[in-house]
Design a binder for this molecule. Sequence first.
Ligand code: FMN
Length: 245
Amino acid sequence: MGSVIELLKSHRSIRKFTTQEIAADLFQDLIDAAQAAATSSFLQGSTIIRVKNPETRQQIAALAGNQSYVETAAEFVVFCADLKRAGNYCDEYGKAFEGDYTEHFLIATVDVALMAQNLVIAAESAGLGICYIGGIRNDPAQMVNLLQLPKGVYPVFGLCLGYPDQDPEVKPRLPTSVVVKQEIYNEEGDKAAIAVYDEQVREYYRTRTGGGHGISWSEQVANFLSGKVRPHMKEFLAAQGFKFK
Ligand SMILES: Cc1cc2nc3c(=O)[nH]c(=O)nc-3n(C[C@H](O)[C@H](O)[C@H](O)COP(=O)(O)O)c2cc1C
């Protein structure tokens, strides 16, 4: 058990991969591990699309903001939230489909995240490196076209998998006191703890980029939350059948 915890604590995203392929039986094991994740209401509301075609990979890399590792990773998969597969059976059993509530969207999206993270942990335990690719949501409509996703299915994120060709540092996380609260939510002491953490993060970026100013966590997230992030998502999801009833 200890070694699983150590493995989890040693996670870092990998963005440079060797050309070594992932053996077919290992890849199958990763999928089996992914599918073993808990799934809300036993819906199993996720579909994984494995993308091998180099042309498709190249187009996805470009639309994700020129993330070249989408092309160079041994494997690239797209995790989709899928209410269609189960929804088909409403028809089959003569029931009206009502699977377009916000809650259904949450259930399927959470399922995807749990399944993906199972796959990630399995992959890392086998010496592979991974990088999630949320950049695919830069142009989700194009993803729908490329992967021929039907209504009721949307691409949540991609995942690069391969043998690491780099050994980056583990990125520091927020202090426990900031993230774990006793009994009730309160922000006491957070500001001071985050100020110390900000310095750690600055140092992490300074090392990673070989000098420079190094941005703090608080500044980074303030920038993020004060910008408009993928404002097309609401309309895209509605068009894809996620109506947020
Ligand atoms: C859902 C999700 C989407 C992400 N999308 C991207 C991405 O498009 N490109 C990228 O380089 N990293 C992406 N990341 C990786 C994060 O930047 C990374 O996990 C975070 O900075 C923490 O670093 P670490 O994974 O090395 O600990 C994503 C992570 C998650 C969980």
